[in-house]
Write a protein that binds this ligand. Structure first.
Ligand SMILES: Cc1ncc(COP(=O)(O)O)c(C=O)c1O
Length: 386
């Protein structure tokens, strides 16, 4: 048969939507806390700037790398906020973080290369690495140590085929914001073993007191890091599909080769919305994060009152990752029974790899306080009844 899917399609894992695909279409009064979709609306000034750009006729092809004025504004943000010293040409605007990560994997991985993910991991990175021909390996972090970065757990997984370590900071699903010394462990490893870091910082703005540090700001790391950012979570712009990649001069041409062939460039007029986000009132962002903090406090507090459930500190992102081992249920059983018995949809920790077994991932950033309260009441009754 001449017409057949390419092997790179058939030989890679299918995209898996976990509990979302189990719950979707089920009858009843479900509360969805399984997807990381912000509850907020996109701030009005961002919408206004986009509409104005559309009305002003910014509807044509634009700069392949992204609007120069947006990249200039982002370079200032990166210098002041992330301590990454870059110019506008070191930035590539992408369709969400997803396209940036796809470009990064496609640009720097060959058939047979290995890419190391810290586990629990973000499953959607796996398919992209596999499409690039790479083999994915996992370094399981230890729940008992708050899923902190520990050299002894990572170094044994590095082989002569390893080319990339993927970092998610702040971390989905664990809620960790890595300290300088934890990041230094990764920096030391990539320098000693001549590797590259793909650093997913989609939650950089959503932290609750622990400062976010970009690994590219550590000494000698700019040349070894592809930093991925997006407007998705902080500005509640998940449907806009808008993000950006930051890479040193030598690393940019491969990325551009992928993205220009793939999409030419990102939609022109929405980039004016992004410009308004970067240059606009920072209070808007602070208020949104303050509301996430209220949601976090409610959910973490309530989870810790449930028998058999222990929820550690959530330093960043929009997920609680409670330990439910004391209930005697495994993670998938627990998530399935919560769906069946209470209508609350949460993700099983094992969806993020074996290192997440014994946990649930509860997204608190995707619902308003009254909905979260209802979900916590239902979960409380469920755990009381076990
Ligand atoms: C760690 C992580 N990376 C990337 C993404 C996807 O980001 P985007 O919607 O900007 O492609 C998500 C969304 O949940 C995420 O949690």
């Amino acid at each position: 048969m001449a017409i057949r899917p390419a092997r790179r399609i058939t030989d890679t894992s299918p995209k898996n939507f976990g509990m979302f695909s189990k719950a979707i279409g089920l009858p009843g009064d479900l509360i969805h806390l399984e997807l990381g979709m912000p509850a907020e609306d996109t701030p009005q000034h961002i919408k206004n700037a986009t509409i104005a750009a559309l009305q002003a006729g910014h509807v044509h092809y634009s700069d392949l790398q992204g609007l120069p004025e947006l990249r200039l504004a982002l370079s200032h943000k990166l210098k002041h906020q992330n301590a990454i010293n870059v110019i506008a040409d070191d930035i590539l605007v992408t369709n969400g973080l997803t396209q940036g990560s796809f470009a990064a994997f496609m640009s720097f991985l060959d058939e047979g290369d290995e890419v190391l993910l810290l586990a629990p991991y973000y499953p959607q990175h796996i398919g992209k690495a596999e499409l690039a021909g790479a083999k994915v390996t996992f370094a399981p972090l230890d729940a008992a140590n708050g899923f902190s970065i520990n050299r002894a757990l990572i170094e044994p997984l590095i082989t002569s085929a390893t080319r990339v370590i993927v970092l998610i900071n702040p971390c989905n699903p664990t809620g960790r914001v890595y300290s300088h010394s934890e990041l230094q462990i990764i920096a030391n490893l990539v320098q000693e073993y001549d590797l590259l870091v793909i650093s997913d910082e989609v939650y950089e703005e959503i932290t609750y007191g622990t400062p976010h540090i970009s690994i590219a700001s550590l000494p000698d790391m700019k040349e070894r890091t592809i930093s991925l950012f997006a407007f998705t979570k902080a500005y509640a712009m998940d449907g806009w599909r808008l993000g950006y990649v930051v890479a040193a001069e030598a690393l940019m041409p491969p990325l551009l080769k992928i993205t220009t062939n793939e999409v030419t460039h990102v939609n022109t007029f929405i980039q004016y919305g992004a410009l308004a986000a970067v240059t606009g009132d920072t209070l808007v962002l602070a208020n949104m994060v303050a509301r996430d903090r209220e949601r976090r406090d409610l959910v973490v507090g309530r989870l810790n009152q449930m028998p058999g459930v222990t929820c550690g500190d959530v330093q960043g992102a929009i997920y609680a990752f409670p330990d439910i081992k004391a209930t005697g249920l495994n993670a998938q059983e627990c998530a399935d029974r919560l769906l069946r018995d209470t209508g609350v949809v949460v993700e099983a920790g094992s969806f993020y790899g074996a290192a997440g077994e014994g946990h649930l991932r509860v997204c608190f950033g995707c619902a308003e306080i009254d909905v979260l309260t209802d979900a916590m009441d239902r979960m409380q009754r469920f755990f009381n009844s076990l």
